[in-house]
Design a protein around this ligand. Structure first.
Ligand SMILES: Cc1ncc(COP(=O)(O)O)c(C=O)c1O
Length: 316
């Protein structure tokens, strides 16, 4: 993810210059990983930029903060409004929006409660995470030797900064072995998710995705794909998935804000289906990208147009 600087960053209710968004090295988050965050896409549409599922992302951000007893003192509405203003102020079109809440500078003990809560929103222009070609032809992935954290260790319903130390192990191992991405199993050996993506598996005309209790993040793209499947009449269910199901599946794909819908064409060098993007994956992609580009009506109110109030009706 290359970073192309924009002009402004939102900090605790005010805009500051990009270069002034600095923190002290002894901030609690730097030492103990005490932060939660979001990744949100703002899509280009003919009517102007529009942020995808903005309120759902801000709600998940506040849920993550709540799990870690952080009170940022901003509501979903206020954060959503700030994100729309940020994209507008930076005069960007398609971009990535990164909200962050963390424990700042104050104390260096493990107890974080005396440290201030800092809230930042940044955005920058950004293309496809795994590449355009990946969206069309799929990627080669492996099952990681790293598991997702067990339940009641690091909570996986929180999108916490610290969880991404585990994601980094998965990603670095996969890349150093020549794969684009790794799939992590949970503590019991069941399929969980990618380092930064949820996973769907097509078996005998039905799509399945692991339940959240298999240590997967409550992905907002995952939720959107389930909704699209209902619309398209594609059977979809949450179901525990064994590792070997990945090898005999007809289709496998990742979902996520960054990965969008990325087909998986092989797992551990074993071809998935025909070894290329499958027809069900393509049907879902076509609908998803038609909605996010504004080419199809936004039938679920998923897009918040930049330049309109946060609670304005979605694009139709
Ligand atoms: C570990 C992990 N799982 C799943 C996802 C997909 O979630 P979403 O669709 O909300 O981006 C992400 C990305 O945020 C992630 O980091």
């Amino acid at each position: 993810m290359s970073l192309s600087k924009t002009e402004k960053i939102w900090h605790n209710g005010k805009f500051i210059r990009w270069d002034d968004a600095n923190i002290h090295v002894l901030s609690h988050v730097v030492n103990y990983g005490s932060g939660v965050f979001e990744g949100i896409r703002c899509y280009h549409t003919e009517q102007g930029p529009a942020i995808f599922r903005l309120r759902e992302h801000m709600q998940r951000l506040l849920n993550s903060a709540h799990i870690y007893r952080m009170d940022p003192k901003f509501s979903v509405d206020e954060l959503s409004k700030a994100a729309l203003e940020l994209v507008q102020a930076n005069k960007v079109d398609a971009c990535y929006v990164r909200p962050l809440i963390f424990r700042g500078y104050g104390d260096v003990g493990v107890d974080p409660t005396t440290c201030p809560i800092e809230v930042y929103l940044a955005c920058w222009e950004w293309g496809k995470y795994l590449g355009e070609e990946a969206i069309r032809s799929g990627i080669d992935v492996c099952v990681s030797s790293w598991n997702r954290p067990a339940p009641n260790t690091l909570p996986q319903m929180a999108k916490a900064v610290a969880n991404y130390m585990n994601s980094q192990l998965i990603k670095m191992e996969a890349k150093s072995n020549g794969y684009a991405e790794g799939i992590a199993l949970d503590v019991n050996g069941y399929v969980s998710e990618g380092s930064g993506e949820n996973i769907f598996v097509l078996m005998i005309d039905s799509l399945i995705t692991p339940p959240l209790a298999n240590s997967s993040l409550p992905g907002i793209t995952r939720n959107s794909i389930v909704t699209i499947c209902h619309d398209l009449g594609i059977p979809v269910a949450e179901q525990t998935i064994q590792r070997e199901a990945l090898y005999i599946a007809d289709e496998v794909f990742f979902t996520g804000t960054a990965a969008e819908i990325t087909p998986v064409r092989s797992v551990d060098h074993i071809k998935v289906g025909a070894g290329t993007r499958g027809p069900v994956t393509k049907r879902i992609q076509d609908d998803f990208f038609a909605i996010t580009s504004g080419k199809k009506p936004d039938r679920h109110g998923w897009l918040s147009p930049v330049g309109a109030p946060a609670n304005a009706p979605a694009l139709r």
